[in-house]
Design a protein around this ligand. Structure first.
Ligand code: ADP
Length: 485
């Protein structure tokens, strides 16, 4: 029997991406397909999405979707069904998915994403002719009102279907003032502690976590961490109260996109047994960044430049990194002051530190294929994808021991080296001494080529493809659908 699942999110590769969420939502339909799940993805019709899908087939019209006209367009993406919410008043704007070109969030984000969630609940509840689903899967706060609509305001003649709420990052909760409640089209009883109310306003993620049949997050460690205040960010009590309805399912990586043996973005392709073939990639990367060429370790960073990612502490360690002979190529965007800090460090250390700001997918591939080690000093990390790409590419991850980073990288301590299982370097805290020590350890290991190659090979042999996690999601869907029947 095929299970029909509607997955709703605010971004998905290859159409729109600001972070790991898009990678996961884009890969999920293919990951669950071998396990008897047909997944349809619902996305907002941002300009880039509308342009990419062309005309499509209009399958439903809303004269007023929370106040604005909208229609649904059905098409396919990578062989899987896609439904796009074409609502120009909400989504036909310049800038990014969540804000203007200057990075300021749109003031009506609550209405834009409530509209998306309303549509998801209508579709999942079977209220739209010709569409039938067994389960709704909502990702992050932008989609989180969907389970709440299903519970408190199901479409007329709609069915009750189970739902899964996946938290890709607890730091983004979608809290809005109480005044928006009237615009959501929810009945009064939804305004309660077990509904959408949160600290006197409307908590989108909180509402989804309350209403969903099950909650998942993207690594087992993060699932445990969000039950405590430091990582739960106010929602730890709710996490605890949902008990065994909370699970961690590790993200996979799309190995057709991220495979050094076939990656056309790389000057030279290579496998675990041909590590020398990485050298031309390293030379090309040095040249591209204007770094001195040579044998010294080349660290790379591909990251949002934010507090979460520990970029402030990385900035403090750069003199040490250069002092022990390292070089750094950084690609990132985010906080303006942090960007300025990295540019200043590059000016202080010409030829040793170089920075590219902005978003560049192809360059991210070349950095994984040419860098020696990738630095990921995250203060918290629900799963993290850049360390998984690093493992696959022999770009050794140097990570803080938290969340998905703890679950996926095996520290090169003496025991792990002897057992032949080490894949990277872990450190315990995001502070200057710990990160500096980790960079020193990486540099020392790099200077012992036999050991370094063993670490690279172990990482390249580890399997973080979607095979296992695709099955875990399919099993969860099946369990929830069985329970409801
Ligand atoms: P998060 O989703 O918290 O930003 P992840 O590690 O889960 O972190 O995913 C980040 C994704 O975004 C990876 O695919 C990474 O390669 C990509 N990425 C981050 N910053 C950039 C950038 N400036 N240019 C290109 N890709 C980037």
């Amino acid at each position: 029997m095929t299970l029909r699942v509607l997955s709703v999110a605010s971004e998905a590769v290859p159409l729109v991406k600001t972070g790991g969420l898009a990678d996961v939502v884009g890969a999920l339909p293919g990951a669950v397909a071998p396990h008897g799940v047909e997944m349809t993805t619902l996305l907002p019709g941002y300009p880039a999405v509308m342009q990419a899908i062309g005309k499509g087939r209009s399958v439903h019209s809303y004269p007023s979707l929370l106040g604005e006209p909208a229609r649904l367009i059905a098409t396919k993406l990578g062989g899987h069904p896609l439904i796009v919410l074409d609502a120009p008043a909400y989504f036909a704007r310049g800038g990014g998915p969540y804000g203007d070109a200057g990075g300021r969030d749109w003031g009506d984000n609550w209405r834009r994403f409530a509209a998306l969630a309303r549509v998801a609940a209508d579709l999942a509840g079977g209220a739209i002719k010709g569409k039938r689903f067994d389960l709704l899967h909502a990702h992050d706060w932008q989609a989180a009102m969907a389970p709440a609509y299903l519970r408190f305001a199901p479409a007329e003649a709609g069915r009750i279907v189970p739902s899964v709420m996946t938290i890709h990052n607890m730091a983004f909760q979608g809290w809005h003032g109480a005044e928006i409640f009237a615009g959501l089209g929810l009945p009064r009883e939804a305004w309660s502690m077990h509904g959408v109310e949160y600290h006197g306003g409307v908590g989108f993620l909180k509402a989804g976590m309350e209403a969903a049949s099950a909650i998942t997050t993207v690594s087992p460690s993060y699932a445990a961490e969000i039950a405590a205040p430091e990582f739960g960010m106010g929602l730890e009590g709710l996490v605890l109260s949902r008990g065994d309805r909370v699970r961690g399912i590790l993200n996979g990586i799309d190995t057709t996109e991220w495979n050094p043996e076939t990656d056309l973005q790389l000057p030279a392709r290579y496998g675990a047994r041909k590590l020398d073939r990485r050298i031309p990639n390293k030379r090309a990367l040095e040249a591209e960044f204007g770094l001195e060429s040579g044998d010294d370790p080349l660290f790379v960073v591909i990251s949002r430049l934010t507090w979460q990612k520990g970029m402030d502490v990385l900035l403090e360690t750069l003199d040490h990194l250069v002092g022990i002979g390292g070089r750094l190529a950084l690609l990132g965007s985010g906080d303006a002051a942090t960007e300025a800090g990295f540019h200043a460090a590059a000016a202080r250390h010409p030829g040793r530190i170089a920075v590219r700001t902005g978003y560049d997918e192809a360059l991210a591939h070349r950095m994984q294929g040419g860098g020696d080690a990738i630095l990921i000093p995250s203060r918290f990390e629900p799963c993290g994808l850049t360390q998984l790409y690093g493992l696959a590419y022999g770009c050794v991850p140097v990570v803080c021991r938290t969340g998905g980073l703890a679950d996926t990288v095996i520290d090169a301590n003496v025991a792990a080296m002897q057992a032949g299982v080490a894949t990277g370097i872990q450190f315990g805290r995001v502070d200057l001494p710990s990160l500096s020590t980790a960079i020193s350890r990486a540099t020392a290991l790099y200077r012992q080529p036999e050991q370094w190659r063993a670490i690279q090979r172990n990482g390249m042999k580890s399997d973080f493809s979607w095979a296992r996690s695709g099955k875990a999601y399919a099993d969860l869907y099946t369990q929830l659908v069985m329970e409801t029947r």
